[in-house]
Write a new protein. Sequence first.
Length: 142
Amino acid sequence: MPRFLGVDYGERRIGLALSDPSGMIAQPFTAVLRRRGKRPPFAEIERVIQEHDVAEIVVGLPLQSDGEESDWTRETRAFGDKLAVRAGLPLHYQDERMTSARAERAVRAIGLPRSERERKGRIDAAAAALILQAFLDMRPRP
């Protein structure tokens, strides 16, 4: 069965998460690096989409605490829209307020050695999983 891809779009890294084939459980997958001043690594993300039979994309939407959009929200929307067009897949946005802080707490709580806990890519992938799980939990079941 096709999967969902969760995306936590960041300035330095883009966290990715995948659902299980049933579309019920999100799992952190990886984080891809962004180079300053360069366009996002669409080809790397498209490769994940192809290799894992992704059918829909869920991008975390960084709203301000009052729910308003910012310049970063608009940049994230532009990224998500372009990724969806390039991949030819449906796109959903999910409110991502506080997911990075929750992801960092979760990674620290699992008892990894400090060197592994502090790897920022692990936190970005965990944030993508939280974004994706929130979306999966809210969608209607067939």
